[in-house]
Design a protein around this ligand. Structure first.
Ligand SMILES: Cc1cc2nc3c(=O)[nH]c(=O)nc-3n(C[C@H](O)[C@H](O)[C@H](O)COP(=O)(O)OP(=O)(O)OC[C@H]3O[C@@H](n4cnc5c(N)ncnc54)[C@H](O)[C@@H]3O)c2cc1C
Length: 449
């Protein structure tokens, strides 16, 4: 069946619009965050109900069209908008229902992290999310998902209590501890491979007081600052404290090494925990005090503007030690000749309190995520990209694997093993059971055999 025929049939079935190339809204609806992987889909079905999603999944499989499922469109590999695919755009499934007695929130499968944080904040509540409000909550949760609350409360997927899922044959099931628990296990870290998630029920918590802020130093001092960070985190940091490092290099300006340091709970304790980080020599900027969770969720439009091409590489590592600092220092020195962003994500705490086999997300021993991010417009920057690959290879020996949510098709077939580690055989088994024909592909596609 031709896409136009599929569109005609689907339009009669779904409540939302079905867009085709040439429609006024098509290009905007197809746009993804990473323009390096911007594909032209065949059709976009703007779903507003679970029934719409069922019709879309059935239409794609019956017509032999590839299907991709989209929520926030921020996957690194642009995997939610496939070339020549029928896109099930779930952004119209944006309901939010809070159950304060159960301390849960049930959301539609297309909700963004930002609207959820705002909705909960107004009620004095919070859920684990990432730092970027434009990211879709489904994409985040189904790959693991971590942010400011994670060292205290685990991954986004750890708080996933139940999900409504449209499977490859168009049937609708609930995955919970009581129904299809093996599917819930798979959704918690490899979820984009098993179905279209139309509803999720997640844990919420009382909104915590937060003390912290950003302390920026000159990146030229990385040789001294990174070993200090290694010392600081090795000395033992409470789960309530999280300290990310962001190294921002710019060719003709001030390159900075910033500590993003936050403490949840008692403010005086927070002030004591963070104070030493403000005394690593003279900062170029420092703003530390009581902060509001909502203010921390301002979109990263400076670091991650719309309309750019991006290349990311990541490693999970168990510890951040002097040896890792020593590998990073010359790389950062070299990167001061161009624009780059290198991040040390502070993980561990509650993330690691769970066994690696308890959910599909396998990297529970990861104390840190090492991420390198490049962005550009126009031609690919050959020098910086070669630098990134070299750095990634240099850091590989200590790596536990990579974060599925930072993977792109350019990372090759080895990305599957790097993302799912020891859980891959069980995932392959479940893929065979729930999606043997690979209707759902995700950031990386689990082979069914
Ligand atoms: C600027 C930026 C900041 C980020 N910050 C963080 C962070 O702080 N913490 C963190 O953990 N990650 C972070 N990420 C990574 C982010 O978690 C992933 O990019 C995530 O995959 C994006 O989800 P999405 O819904 O926006 O993207 P999409 O491209 O819409 O979806 C991602 C994948 O999930 C699938 N999918 C989406 N919705 C569904 C659904 N309802 N059912 C089934 N499959 C679905 C898609 O098919 C696709 O394969 C960040 C990414 C960016 C670009």
């Amino acid at each position: 069946m031709k896409p136009a025929q599929v569109a005609a049939r689907l339009s009669a079935e779904v409540a939302g619009d079905v867009l085709q190339p040439g429609d006024a809204a098509f290009l905007d609806a197809a746009a993804v965050f990473n323009r390096e992987f911007q594909h032209q889909p065949a059709l976009i079905a703007r779903c507003t109900t679970t029934r719409d999603v069922v019709s879309t999944v059935r239409a794609a499989t019956e017509a032999g069209l590839p299907l991709t499922v989209r929520s926030g469109g921020h996957s690194h590999g642009g995997s939610s908008v496939g070339a020549g695919a029928l896109v099930a755009d779930l952004r119209g499934l944006d309901s939010i229902e809070v159950d304060e007695a159960a301390m849960t929130v049930t959301v539609g499968g297309g909700i963004g992290a930002g609207p959820l944080v705002e909705h909960l904040h107004a009620r004095g509540l919070a859920a684990v999310t990432g730092f970027e409000p434009r990211v879709g909550l489904s994409g985040l949760a189904l790959g693991g998902g971590y942010g400011l609350l994670s060292r205290m409360h685990g991954l986004v997927c750890d708080g996933l209590r139940a999900a409504e899922v449209v499977l490859a044959d168009g049937s609708v099931v609930t995955a919970s501890a009581h129904e299809h628990p093996e599917l819930l296990w798979a959704l918690r870290g490899a979820g984009a491979n098993f179905g279209a998630v139309t509803r999720m029920t997640l844990d919420v918590r009382p909104l915590p007081p937060i003390y912290g802020g950003v302390i920026s130093y000159h990146a030229g001092r990385s040789d001294e600052l990174l070993p200090r960070y290694a010392e600081f985190v090795s000395a033992g940091v409470p789960d309530a404290t999280t300290v990310y490092v962001g190294i921002d290099t710019v060719p003709n300006g001030l390159s900075t090494l910033s500590l993003l340091a936050f403490h949840l709970g008692d403010l005086a304790e927070g002030a004591r925990a963070i104070a030493p980080l403000t005394r690593w020599g003279r900062p170029v900027a420092s703003e530390v005090g009581e902060v509001d969770l909502l203010a921390l969720h301002a979109p990263g439009r400076d670091t991650f503007p719309e309309g750019f091409r991006h290349a990311w590489r990541s490693h999970f590592v168990p510890t951040f030690e002097a040896a890792t600092a020593a590998a990073l220092v010359p790389a950062i020195e070299e990167a001061r000749a161009f624009s780059s962003w290198t991040v040390i994500e502070h993980l561990g705490g509650a993330i690691g309190a769970i066994d690696g086999a308890a959910t599909a997300f396998p990297h529970r021993r990861a104390g840190f995520g090492l991420v390198s991010a490049l962005k550009w417009e126009g031609d690919a920057p050959a020098g910086p990209l070669a630098w990134q690959e070299r750095l990634w290879r240099e850091l590989s020996p200590g790596s536990l694997g990579s974060y599925v949510n930072y993977v792109s098709p350019k990372h090759g077939p080895e990305a599957v093993a790097a993302a799912f580690g020891a859980n891959l055989p069980r995932l392959v088994e479940l893929k065979r059971r729930f999606d043997p024909h690979r209707v759902f592909c995700g950031n990386v596609t689990i082979p069914p055999a």
